[in-house]
Design a protein around this ligand. Structure first.
Ligand code: DWN
Ligand code: ZN
Length: 369
């Protein structure tokens, strides 16, 4: 297939076989569906991307992820809102959050004086903004904001979920004011490869971003990178601010992402990570539960071969996930006192500290990384 960003012929580099949808938490096992999960890479801009596109409605009609559950992410959004606020004089203008989910970032943008708007295919009504998030896909469903424009447009962990990134970016450029800023956050594929973060590869994530791919995409639509920073959230994220016809900041080196060895080394690290997990699991006596029914828990469990024989349940604070089963067949329950549990496996390693602080002192802890 050709690269979504630069149309170069891509190179296959990873095949995880048929996998269930990572957020396919179910009450009825007959609803479980498996789809091929194979990854190609672009030898020019280093964008890694899936060959299979699962219809978005299958992914997002019954979407149970809520970004506001994590205090770590709430704090991250507050810091981003403060940084964006410092770019503009007051009074601030309209800000659009694409992929607003439960309004976590909108809430912070409002506190910093922006007039917050949101769009999401499956808005979660858990915060004050739940009702103010337009239900729909960007850019397909933006008729209600066709004539508007925005001083700030944000897309955090969204671009990776989009098949037609060109149409997405063209609409961002159209809706942005001339001095406006598009703030993009995407997991950095360099960190995915370095950290063998194979459990972040699933059908929702159609692409895995290099900085060069992101900048090429922006440039194709008249948007230049005016600010780049590395953010530790979600396993290593790049934050880029784009502005129309601006003076770009210098490139970052990503030479390793064009070296085939990097991708071979990933597979070795992935196998070592799974082996390391089983070595630890087998040396820990007693009963087990999981914590954090994350999308990444599905991929980790499927690749490592974890199932109901290994975990009595997975605790998770997300009400929409409780009472369902993980795609690997383990019940999801509200976090309790872990009575009778000797060991807890933390799946979302990206929130290890926040989760460890919630565990009783008597349980032993293993992190899936
Ligand atoms: O791109 C995506 C990332 C940003 O978020 C989405 N496609 C889906 C989602 O991926 P994930 O499910 O792996 O994300 P998290 O945020 O790492 O998942 C953490 C899970 O742990 C959630 O289900 C919430 C839960 N949790 C909890 O129960 N108690 C998390 C924390 C911090 C807690 O204290
Ligand atoms: Zn490319």
């Amino acid at each position: 297939m050709r690269c979504r960003v630069c149309y170069t012929q891509t190179i296959p580099w990873l095949d995880l076989g048929a996998q269930p949808l990572a957020n396919g938490f179910y009450t009825d096992p007959s609803t479980l569906r498996y789809y091929p999960l194979s990854v190609v890479r672009c030898p020019h801009c280093a964008l890694s991307q899936l060959t299979e596109v699962v219809p978005p409605d299958l992914l997002y009609t019954d979407y149970v992820y809520r970004s506001g559950i994590s205090q770590t992410f709430n704090q991250h959004c507050a810091e981003l809102a403060a940084e964006l606020s410092s770019l503009f004089s007051v009074p601030h203008d309209r800000a659009l959050d694409i992929g607003a989910n439960d309004g976590t970032l909108m809430d912070k943008m409002e506190r910093y004086g922006f007039l917050a708007f949101g769009i999401d295919p499956s808005p979660q009504d858990s915060t004050a903004f739940g009702g103010l998030i337009h239900q729909g896909y960007f850019p397909k469903d933006t008729a209600h904001i066709r004539d508007g424009n925005f001083q700030v447009i944000t897309s955090l962990n969204v671009l990776g979920h989009v098949d037609d990134v060109q149409a997405f970016t063209a609409e961002v450029a159209r809706l942005l004011t001339n001095d406006g800023v598009w703030a993009v956050e995407v997991p950095w594929v360099r960190e995915l490869l370095r950290g063998a973060e194979f459990d972040t590869i699933y059908h929702e994530h159609l692409s895995y971003w290099s900085l060069s791919a992101l900048r090429l995409l922006g440039k194709a639509h008249g948007l230049e990178a005016i600010h780049i920073s590395f953010q530790p959230i979600h396993g290593g994220t790049i934050r880029v601010f784009f502005q129309k016809n601006a003076q770009p900041v210098p490139e970052w080196s990503e030479a390793s992402l064009l070296d085939p060895m990097t991708y071979d080394e990933f597979k070795i690290r992935m196998a070592k990570r799974v082996k390391r997990f089983w070595n630890s699991y087998r040396h820990m006596e007693g009963s087990w539960a999981g914590y954090g029914a994350a999308a990444k828990s599905t991929v980790f469990a499927e690749v490592a071969g974890l199932g109901p024989d290994h975990l009595l349940y997975v605790a998770d604070s997300t009400p929409e996930k409780q009472g369902r089963f993980t795609p690997f067949g383990v019940p999801v329950v509200p976090p309790g006192d872990f009575a009778g549990i000797d060991n807890v496996l933390i799946f979302p390693w990206n929130f290890e500290a926040e989760i460890r602080a919630k565990l009783p002192p008597n349980v032993k802890v293993l992190v899936s990384r």
